[in-house]
Design a protein around this ligand. Structure first.
Ligand SMILES: Nc1ncnc2c1ncn2[C@@H]1O[C@H](COP(=O)(O)OP(=O)(O)OP(=O)(O)O)[C@@H](O)[C@H]1O
Ligand SMILES: [Mg+2]
Length: 383
């Protein structure tokens, strides 16, 4: 195809914009709609002819218009594009779809503000695939930890059972004393009762332990929310420590230092716990690799959570084998692993990265010395 005149060029680009699979909306500096392509017509079920020339703010799709108008304002202030990664738009006869949008302010060569380009992609399917990946990663981790968790629950169940059998035998004994006329009773009864407080106390502790494991597991296995919810990062970290206990307790000592203050953040609690579990397991592997059979006496994992102004800061440190610069530069890549098949798939930190930076609008930073250990620092905004 040969394009010669500027008119032809214009038509060529108009056709391109019209038929592309991207939603494209162009507005002037007063945010009146000038262009609304076929994909936009299809996605919003609104014809271009009925919106051209109208103010964008007057279009009756509140879930779309409200954030877009805010982004328009921000784009003008920053003189730079604003990205809305994940907008949920309810559609007629449908459960709704998700789009990722860019709002780009357009400037002429003279610097005059001419309008806006809004381009959007329907991300419903890719979002669903990502969610399923997170979900399957989560359940794979539960699968790996299941034996350990069952063991963790089974131990207190066993001693609670022993205690109940003991109490049962005692109650038989007490009954027979009461039923035997002339038996002195009191001293024997007292000596039988002597162990009761300890036995009962131990059993209650055992039940508390089981309850806490089950609660953590339930939080972790929660299918997740569609929208961010307020949750306690401290609780999410405690859940992570609890359900991964059987992974780390044979390899390292784990110390936690959590701020006493109740702290809340906005986000996805079970995804957050999942990210923390991934990091604890990585620390465990690094320690095992460095110390081998001496791991339990030498390995230390330290987890801290504190407030710093408007943010929550979490440090996860281990004195494991650390990383070389080359490894460090690649750890967040999906499927990057230095572990043998069966031990790692390289998806742990990729999930941590999207969970923290994307879903919780936070940041993650790693310090590591090869042969000495690693510290991850995670920051997320409070909310
Ligand atoms: N605490 C750590 N100390 C040393 N190296 C680490 C640590 N955490 C991660 N790494 C390195 O980063 C790589 C990627 O970690 P990631 O969690 O993404 O995958 P993985 O642990 O190998 O596999 P998966 O988590 O999917 O089971 C690891 O293979 C390891 O080389
Ligand atoms: Mg990992």
């Amino acid at each position: 195809m040969e394009i010669e005149s500027s008119e032809e060029i214009l038509t060529f680009f108009q056709n391109l914009l019209k038929s592309t699979d991207t939603i494209i909306i162009i507005a002037d500096a007063d945010v009146h709609i000038k262009f609304w392509n076929e994909k936009a017509e299809q996605f919003f079920n609104i014809k271009e002819s009925s919106v051209r020339g109208r103010k964008l703010s007057a279009i009756a799709i509140p879930q779309f218009i409200k954030p877009v108008m805010e982004a328009v304002k921000e784009a003008v202030e920053k003189r730079w594009q604003v990205f809305l990664p994940d907008l949920y738009i309810r559609q007629e006869n449908d459960i709704g779809r998700y789009i990722g949008l860019n709002v780009v302010p357009i400037y002429l060569q003279s610097g005059t503000h001419a309008g806006f380009l809004i381009d959007g992609k329907d991300i419903t399917e890719t979002r669903e695939i990502k969610r399923q990946n997170e979900e399957s990663q989560k359940f794979r981790a539960i699968g790996e930890m299941a034996a350990g968790i069952i063991h963790e629950i089974n131990t207190p169940v066993q001693f609670i059972k022993n205690n109940l059998q003991y109490l049962n035998a005692c109650s038989d004994e007490l009954r027979s004393w009461f039923n035997t006329p002339g038996s002195e009773g009191k001293r024997e009864i007292l000596s039988t009762l002597e162990d009761f407080p300890e036995v009962l106390h131990q059993s209650i502790e055992g039940i508390d332990r089981i309850t806490s494991i089950i609660r953590s597991l339930r939080n972790y296995a929660h299918p997740g929310y569609d929208k961010p919810v307020p949750f306690s990062p401290t609780q999410a970290l405690e859940d992570a420590v609890t359900i991964s206990e059987n992974q780390w307790k044979h390899i390292a000592r784990l110390h936690t230092r959590f701020s006493e203050k109740p702290i809340m953040v906005q986000g996805f609690p079970s995804l957050f716990s999942q990210a923390m579990v991934n990091m604890i397991i990585n620390a465990t592997h690094a320690i095992e690799e460095r110390f081998g059979d001496d791991a339990l006496s030498k390995g230390i994992i330290e987890i801290e959570l504190e407030e710093a102004g408007s943010r929550v800061v979490i440090h996860i440190s281990d004195n494991g084998m650390g990383m070389t610069e080359e490894v460090k530069s690649r750890i967040f890549e999906p499927f990057f692993t230095t572990k043998p098949p069966g031990k790692g798939t390289g998806q742990g930190l990729a999930l941590v990265y999207t969970a923290i930076t994307g879903k919780h609008r936070g940041s993650i930073h790693v310090d590591s010395l090869s042969g000495e250990g690693t510290t991850f620092t995670i920051e997320v905004p409070k909310g």
